[in-house]
Design a protein around this ligand. Structure first.
Ligand code: 8YV
Length: 315
């Protein structure tokens, strides 16, 4: 008998195929009456699979008495109620490493898109303004090469991003809860000071209570009218209302954002702002990387049911 698993949202096709092959998959997003759906399967579900963005709430975990394991398709676990998992003895896995370079590459793409105003210039051509204004009229942009970058959180993704910055001749400093003696990048122990010193502040840290509201209005002011905030971490790291105000008033130069405090609600005030690049939480969203993430979800679940062990457990 295949073990019953609850899947919160659809994953990449190659993963769906494998999940169906090895498990009895219950598709939560397809259920018109979620409460009734969960009640029907609750006593059979031994595993749940979810994503970094969707996570798993404590109240759902509580409703699944046979739950043994949660496998997440993503590295961030801030949306999973880990305290409830721990209390219930539910094991949790995530997908580290396989998405590191993809997310770092996307952070650099956002930085360059913002500096060179690529989405804005694209919209300019599409609107017919290029044709209307004629050649050589589009406003000049700013060079990213050689500028100063401050990275918040020098984990795997932060380090991969720092290496890209070096290839762009950028000066890299970073901030985190504690210095790392084995890194070659300059550590700044005060986020406001780091923001004052850099052109780009790039967030690659984890989400959750430890980093919630870390980027305050003071940090944004310190980054200033010539500074740019890039966020591929979590929306919760930033005081979003302060961010919107700072961008609106010109106290912050620009922002390039992949994540928001209350996804999928990106603050609508941002939509009309010319100094903002906005994306729908897609930094890891390539076929290649999502395929690797999905494979790791399947491998973790299969390992759990075959040997009682996860390949990439969350500590
Ligand atoms: C994904 C993520 O977008 O890894 C994470 O923590 O947030 C992203 O890689 C996500 O897991 C899909 O929702």
């Amino acid at each position: 008998m295949k073990p019953d698993i609850l899947l919160t949202v659809p994953l990449i096709d190659s993963t769906m195929g494998q999940l169906d092959e090895h498990f009895q998959v219950h598709r939560l997003w397809e259920a018109p009456d979620r409460d009734g759906f969960v009640a029907d399967i609750a006593k059979r579900v031994r595993a749940a699979a979810t994503t970094g963005a969707t996570g798993l709430k404590g109240e759902l975990i509580e409703r699944l008495p046979k739950l043994e394991v949660v496998a997440s398709y993503g590295v961030g676990t801030d949306a999973i109620d880990l305290a409830t998992c721990m209390q219930r003895g539910v094991a949790v896995s995530n997908t580290p490493d396989v998405l590191t370079q993809e997310v770092a590459d996307f952070a650099m793409a956002l930085l360059l898109a913002s500096a060179r105003r690529i989405p804005q210039a694209d919209a300019y051509v599409r609107r017919g303004d290029y044709l209307r204004d004629g050649k050589d009229q589009y406003p000049l942009t700013r060079r990213a090469r050689g500028k100063k970058v401050g990275i918040v959180g020098l984990g795997q993704i932060g380090q991969a991003f720092a290496r890209l910055c070096l290839a762009f001749g950028m000066d890299v400093s970073w901030y985190g809860p504690r210095s790392k003696p084995d890194t070659l990048y300059r550590y700044v122990d005060d986020l406001v000071r780091l923001a004052t010193e850099v052109d780009y502040l790039v967030l690659t840290c984890k989400g959750g209570p430890e980093t919630a509201g870390l980027v305050t209005s003071g940090v944004l002011e310190a980054l200033g009218p010539k500074g740019t905030l890039v966020n591929v971490a979590r929306g919760s790291v930033v005081d979003e209302a302060a961010l919107v105000r700072a961008l609106k008033d010109g106290r912050l130069g620009a922002a390039a954002l992949d994540v928001y405090g209350d996804e999928p609600n990106a603050p609508p005030e941002l939509f009309a702002m010319e100094n903002v690049v906005i994306q729908p939480h897609v930094a890891s969203g390539t076929v290649e990387t999502r395929g690797a993430m999905g494979q790791l979800v399947v491998d973790n679940l299969r390992s759990w049911f075959a040997h009682g062990r996860l390949l990439t457990p969350v500590a």
